[in-house]
Design a protein around this ligand. Structure first.
Ligand code: NAD
Length: 248
């Protein structure tokens, strides 16, 4: 009953909003089979995050690449977008969503049909050559022998997501800040709000007067601070119900 009331409020805020933004974290992809990084079942309980430090990558690329291949090109490869990704794509297509700011690097928003996506931390589906800057699709790269090298200049290839110690891609950062400033409503889905500076985006929106809707299985750092409408539950369940309200 309480969720029903909250859902109706959320749908009303979205319908009234001249510009709505979704801000997504690892939680939106959990039901696609990609675990979060932290927590008991998180990826860091099984792998050493130091292997994803940028200095380590350049010093010991084979070590880093063995983890990268396991997590991002074997495990993540099985993942398919879910109902929550789908609903966001439909909202955009129907003019109810301006863009998605995502912390995720799994490309699932784009695969579900979202067009305007700011990839705050990059994207694992692309690789870049650390020597000539050539960008390529991971599907075209042979991971049999690691580290993989560029077919043009034989430079070391790196996934096009940010490693620990690297800065946010400037275009994604600026696009996200502009979208957050412009937002009249912002929907946070599945984020603890612990990763900076990404977690600042909902605060920027709030300061600009946006209504903050949050979807999560449990309260996050945002919930007691800036969230106006908390929709408690799994992302697929809640977003499916929200779609029912928005597209009756
Ligand atoms: P996080 O791992 O810190 O937190 C995940 C959040 O999702 C938690 O608040 C949790 O309660 C919630 N959650 C878990 N299952 C959920 C579900 N089914 N429905 C709704 N909510 C659910 O995530 P974060 O805040 O995004 O920060 C993690 C960092 O790690 C990010 O920088 C991100 O780039 C990266 N990461 C990305 C992926 C990915 O690409 N899919 C996966 C793991 C981590």
């Amino acid at each position: 009953m309480f969720l029903e009331v909250q859902l109706a409020k959320a749908a009303e805020a979205i319908r009234k909003s001249s510009y709505t933004v979704a801000f997504t974290g690892a939680g939106v992809s959990v039901e696609s089979g990609i675990p979060p990084f932290r927590g008991v079942d998180g990826i860091w309980s099984r792998y050493d995050p130091r292997l994803l430090e940028i200095n380590h990558f350049y010093e010991k690329p084979v070590e880093s690449w063995s983890l990268i291949r396991d997590i991002f090109y074997s495990y993540f490869k099985q993942a398919r977008f879910n109902r929550a990704h789908e609903v966001l794509a439909r909202m955009e297509a129907e003019g109810l969503l301006g863009c998605v700011i995502t912390q995720n690097i799994d490309n699932l928003h784009q695969e579900a049909g979202s067009r305007c996506v700011y990839e705050f931390h990059g994207n694992s589906k692309r690789l870049i050559c650390t020597r000539c800057g050539e960008s390529m699709d991971s599907a075209d790269v042979d991971f049999e022998n690691i580290p993989p090298y560029c077919s043009h200049c034989h430079g070391l290839l790196k996934p096009d997501f940010i490693f620990f110690g690297e800065g946010i891609p400037p275009a994604a950062f600026q696009g996200s800040v502009d979208a957050a400033n412009r937002a009249r409503t912002l929907i946070i889905i599945g984020s603890t709000g612990e990763v900076m500076p990404a977690s600042q985006m909902p605060y920027i929106a709030k300061q600009s007067g946006a209504v903050i809707i949050e979807v999560n299985i449990e309260p996050s750092r945002f919930t007691s601070g800036i969230t106006d409408i908390f929709l408690e539950g799994k992302a697929t369940y809640v977003m499916d119900l929200l779609a029912g309200e928005l597209f009756p």
